[in-house]
Design a protein around this ligand. Structure first.
Ligand SMILES: [Zn+2]
Length: 282
């Protein structure tokens, strides 16, 4: 395992000492927890693009495919645990060096690691919502209902995809039975923002307000290819708030950033934590 050069890490620690820090995280933070990333180091799709909202609501066949893959993929997704990057970010919050964490991830691993002030920009996969009556239920409850209706799929071993689904051949879900809302018969959807869907306005406003109070935007583990995350880099630039990037590959914020640290987020952030809380001279 390569150790990142000391100097950029020290510079990052200095920047983080300037005042309240908002961190924005993405899929790269969760890859070490076994949750694959959508995109490669160049920001390109690794495989076919993920399901679109209009496909999900507009097509029985798509929903069948989605829930079949989700039924199989959920088991290992639900078993995934925080890694050193999640733990370092939680420690930085406890040290008072990180004010708010905005994540594009839907895996809840930041909260599992102990982060408290988290905005789940794209929602969370462990809850399901009825699109008609808005009733919510835990994903685990739906998992049991899906499993009861489709016992044969429980034996299937499959390759994991991001967002908790798995690769399945079409034949495996030919007879799949989708489960609807028990109360009203409406369509159930994981409480996440699908591609082609917009992030709820109130949630964005809360994150933007947090950014306005910050003295640094720290971007970790995301190429910012999705606008809902990239908008914060744009806003930071507009507000004159410096940006620091910790990522393996290039990001859309690199040019605007005051500092880019390339490497493994867990290794880099752990060094910052070990540096301890830096006492301000003021
Ligand atoms: Zn309902």
């Amino acid at each position: 395992m390569s150790v990142p050069p000391r100097e950029p890490v020290e510079r990052l620690a200095e920047l983080m000492n300037e005042g309240p820090v908002m961190v924005l995280t993405g899929a790269g933070v969760s890859t070490d927890s076994g949750i694959p990333d959508y995109r490669d180091d160049e920001g390109q799709w690794k495989k076919g693009s993920p399901i679109q909202f209009r496909d999900f609501v507009g097509s029985d066949a798509f929903r069948k495919r989605y829930w079949a893959r989700s039924l199989v993929g959920w088991r290992s997704f639900a078993d995934s645990r925080p890694n050193s990057a999640h733990r370092a970010l939680a420690s930085l919050e406890k040290q008072g060096r990180l004010a708010v964490l905005v994540t594009q991830n839907v895996d809840r691993l930041h909260q599992l690691a102990g982060s408290e002030n988290v905005i789940d920009l794209h929602g969370r996969l462990d809850e399901v919502v009825c699109l008609s009556c808005r009733e919510r239920l835990p994903r685990d409850v739906l998992q049991r209902r899906l499993a009861l209706e489709n016992p044969s799929l429980l034996q299937v071993e499959a390759l994991q995809n991001p967002d908790g689904d798995a690769e399945l051949a079409a034949a495996a879900y030919e007879h799949f039975r989708v489960v609807d809302c028990e109360g009203c018969g409406g369509l159930l959807k994981p409480d996440v923002v699908f591609f082609g869907e917009t992030v709820p306005v109130a949630r964005v406003s809360r994150a933007v307000a947090a950014l306005e109070r910050s003295r640094l935007l720290l971007i970790v583990g995301t190429s910012l290819m999705v606008y809902s995350g990239y908008r914060f880099a744009r806003a930071a630039t507009r507000l004159g708030i410096p940006i620091a990037v910790v990522n393996r590959g290039k990001t859309r914020a690199d040019e605007a950033a005051a500092l880019c640290v390339r490497g493994n987020a867990g290794e880099i952030l752990s060094q910052i934590v070990e540096g301890g809380p830096v006492v301000s001279a003021r």
